[in-house]
Design a protein around this ligand. Structure first.
Ligand code: NOJ
Length: 570
C-alpha cells in the first residue's frame, strides 16, 4: 500500500453539473435527491471524487456562479440535510467531494451587495469595487470578459461598480479584510461539515491593478468575437489568446492573489487531507509546491481545436518540466464551459474510437484527471435551434453581436450563438432511452432541451447493457487505473524513435513499468517492439478488441488505437 501520496493525487474526479445531472423530484431540473439516487451509479462507474459545480442559492443568471448565500443550498436543489446525505453517501462509498468556491464575485442579489449599493456610507460599501466615473464615462476603459464595459453605473449612488463577468456578478473588494473574514467563515462552514476541498473559480481575477490604468489600445467585445470566430488553426488560437492576455492584463493575475492563496491554504490545512484546485493554468498558483494550491488545471492540453500527437507531446514535455518539484499535475479535456470532448476531439467519422483514445490519454498521463458528467456515454454538444431555449446569457450575447456584426439572418445568428455559448455542453444527462432520456418525467419540460440522440443508444441504461460500449470502456479503464500504482503515481517518460502520430510513453513505479501507445492518426502504425522497455511487451489493455497485433519484432496499432503494455499484472 502506497502511503506517501494524498487521496487527491490518485483520485479520478468527476464533475457534476447539478442542474443537469439527475432530477429526483421530477421538476425538470437536477437536484440533491437525484444525486443521492445516483451514488451507486458513481461508485459503479469507478470515479473516486466529485467536483460539484455551484449548489448554493443563486438567481442563476450564470447558472449558479452568481452566489447569493455561501452557506446554504439552492432551494431548487434541496436543503442542507440532503447535501449532508449526499456527502455522507459519497464518504461511505470511499469517495470524496469538493465544492465550487467563487471568490471573485457574488451575485448582485447577495445581501452583502444589496447593502453595499444602498448608500455611499453603508458599512459594506467597501466590500465591492466602487469608483467614480470621469466626465460621464466609466472610471476606466476596461471590458468585462463576458462583453461590454466592466463598469456598471449605480443610478442611486452615482458611482460605478466593477464586474469582470456579468453585471449581475459584482467583484468583491479583496483588499478589505472583512471580505476575507466572511469568505473564510464560509470555507470553514463546509470544511467543518466534512467537505474535502474546493475548486476555486476564476482565481486569477480576484485582484485588479491598483492603479486603474486605462489600456492604451483596447479591443471591443465585437472585435474580440470577430477574432474568435475566425480561429481555425493553432496559430490563430495562440494569437487570440495573446490578444485576450493583452486586453485584460490589468484585470487578472495580480501578485497580491498569491498572498491570499497562501492564507487560504493555511485555513484549509487546519483540516486533514483537503484539496484546493484552481481554475487557472498559471503554474505560479502552485506557489513553492506546498503553500498555495494543490492542483492547477493543464488547460493548454485541452484548449486547442484538435488533439494531435505533436500537441500532446509538446504539452507534456513543457508542462512537466515547468512544474515546481513537489507540485502534482492535473489534466482535463472538458467541462461545463467547453465543447464536449466526444465531438470536439472527434473527427465526425471515428468519434467513438477517438473517445476511447482520448480517455486513455487522460487516465494514463501523469496527474489527477477530471472528467465531466455525460462524457462516459459519449454525450455530444447539442445546438439549440430556438433562441427562447437559450439559458446561457453568453449565447444570447453572441447571437446579438454576430447578427449586428455580420448582418446575418436570425436563424444563422441563433446557430452561432448556440455554437459559441455554453448551453450546448450543459444539456441534461441521458439516463435511458425512455421519454426525456429518463432524466425527468415524460410530461415535464426539462430546464434545457435534451439531446435526442438518447433515443439512438446514447444513454446510460443502454450502454451499461452493451458489450464494448463507451461506458463499459470508461468503467474498465477506471478500474484498471485503480489497480495500477504505475498509472497513479509512476514516473512519466516520453519514448522517442516511434512514428510521429503515435504518442508513446512509459509510467514506472517501483517494479512496474507500463508503456502506453496512442495512435492519433487514421492509419495503421507500425511499431518496432525491439526498442520498447523490457517487461513491456504483454498487452494489458486496448481501446477495442484487436487494436494491437504482435509480430516478431514489429507490431501494429490500428487507426486511433490505444494500447497499454506491461508485464503480467501483479
Ligand atoms: C468560470 C466558470 O467555470 C464559469 O462557468 C463562470 O461563468 C465564470 N467562472 C464566472 O464565475
Amino acid at each position: 500500500m502506497v502511503t506517501e501520496f494524498e487521496w487527491w493525487q490518485s483520485a479520478v474526479f468527476y464533475q457534476i453539473y447539478p442542474r443537469s445531472f439527475a432530477d429526483g423530484n421530477g421538476d425538470g431540473m437536477g437536484d440533491f435527491a437525484g444525486m443521492i439516487e445516483k451514488l451507486d451509479y458513481l461508485q459503479n462507474l469507478g470515479v473516486d471524487a466529485i467536483w460539484l459545480s455551484p449548489h448554493y442559492p443563486s438567481p442563476f443568471i450564470d447558472c449558479g456562479y452568481d452566489i447569493s448565500n455561501y452557506e446554504n443550498v439552492a432551494p431548487e436543489y434541496g436543503d442542507l440535510q440532503q447535501f449532508k446525505q449526499f456527502l455522507n453517501g459519497l464518504h461511505a462509498r470511499g469517495m470524496h467531494l469538493i465544492l465550487d468556491l467563487v471568490l471573485n464575485h457574488t451575485s448582485d442579489q447577495h445581501p452583502w451587495f444589496i447593502e453595499s449599493r444602498s448608500s455611499l456610507d453603508n458599512p459594506k460599501r467597501d466590500w465591492y469595487v466602487w469608483k467614480k466615473g470621469k466626465n460621464g464615462q466609466p472610471p476606466t476603459n476596461w471590458y468585462s470578459t463576458f462583453g461590454g464595459s466592466a463598469w456598471e453605473l449605480d443610478a442611486k449612488t452615482g458611482e460605478y461598480y466593477y464586474h469582470f463577468f456579468f453585471k449581475e456578478q459584482p467583484d468583491l473588494n479583496w483588499n478589505n479584510p472583512k471580505v476575507k473574514e466572511a469568505m473564510f467563515n464560509a470555507v470553514r462552514f463546509w470544511l467543518d461539515m466534512g467537505v474535502d476541498g474546493f475548486r476555486l473559480d476564476a482565481v486569477g481575477t480576484i485582484f485588479e491593478d491598483e492603479h486603474y490604468f486605462n489600456y492604451s489600445e483596447n479591443r471591443t467585445s465585437e472585435e474580440l468575437i470577430r477574432l474568435e470566430l475566425s480561429i481555425k488553426s493553432f496559430e490563430e488560437q495562440a494569437n487570440y489568446s495573446q490578444a485576450l492576455e493583452k486586453m485584460f492584463r490589468y484585470q487578472h493575475d495580480m501578485p497580491e492573489v498569491h498572498d491570499l492563496m497562501r492564507e487560504l491554504r493555511r485555513v484549509v490545512d487546519e483540516y486533514d487531507h483537503r484539496v484546493l484546485v484552481g481554475e487557472t493554468d498559471d503554474l505560479s498558483f502552485y506557489g513553492n509546491g506546498k503553500d498555495e494550491l494543490n492542483l492547477i488545471f493543464n488547460f493548454p492540453l485541452m484548449k486547442v481545436p484538435q488533439l494531435t500527437a505533436s500537441h500532446i507531446k509538446a504539452n507534456q514535455a513543457e508542462r512537466l518540466a515547468q512544474l515546481p518539484p513537489t507540485a502534482w499535475p492535473c489534466n482535463t479535456l472538458g467541462n461545463h464551459d467547453s465543447p464536449r470532448v466526444y465531438n470536439h476531439f472527434g473527427d465526425g467519422k471515428h468519434n467513438s474510437l477517438m473517445a476511447r483514445l482520448n480517455l486513455t490519454l487522460l487516465l494514463t498521463i501523469k496527474g489527477t484527471p477530471f472528467l465531466y458528467n455525460g462524457e462516459e456515454i459519449g454525450m455530444s454538444d447539442y445546438l439549440l435551434a430556438d433562441i427562447d431555449q437559450f439559458r446561457d446569457p453568453l449565447s444570447l450575447e453572441y447571437s446579438r453581436i454576430i447578427k449586428e456584426l455580420q448582418g446575418l439572418s436570425e436563424k444563422e445568428a441563433v446557430q452561432i450563438g448556440a455554437e459559441k455559448g455554453r448551453d450546448k455542453c450543459r444539456t441534461p444527462m441521458q439516463w435511458s432511452g425512455s421519454a426525456n432520456a429518463g432524466f425527468c418525467p415524460y410530461d415535464v419540460t426539462p430546464w434545457l432541451p435534451i439531446n435526442p440522440d438518447y433515443q439512438r443508444g446514447v444513454n446510460v441504461e443502454d450502454e451499461i447493457k452493451t458489450p464494448n460500449s463507451l461506458w463499459k470502456y470508461y468503467q474498465s479503464l477506471l478500474s484498471f487505473r485503480k489497480g495500477s500504482a504505475a498509472l497513479k503515481f509512476g514516473d512519466f517518460e516520453q519514448l522517442a524513435g516511434f512514428p510521429k502520430d503515435i504518442v508513446i510513453f512509459s509510467r514506472t513505479w517501483k517494479e512496474e513499468t507500463l508503456v502506453i501507445l496512442l495512435n492519433f492518426s487514421d492509419e495503421l502504425q507500425k511499431i518496432n517492439t525491439e526498442v520498447l522497455p523490457m517487461d513491456a511487451h504483454k498487452l494489458l489493455f486496448e481501446g477495442m478488441p484487436h487494436q494491437w497485433t504482435l509480430n516478431a519484432g514489429e507490431s501494429t496499432v490500428s487507426p486511433f488505437g490505444c494500447v497499454i503494455l506491461g508485464k503480467e499484472r501483479q
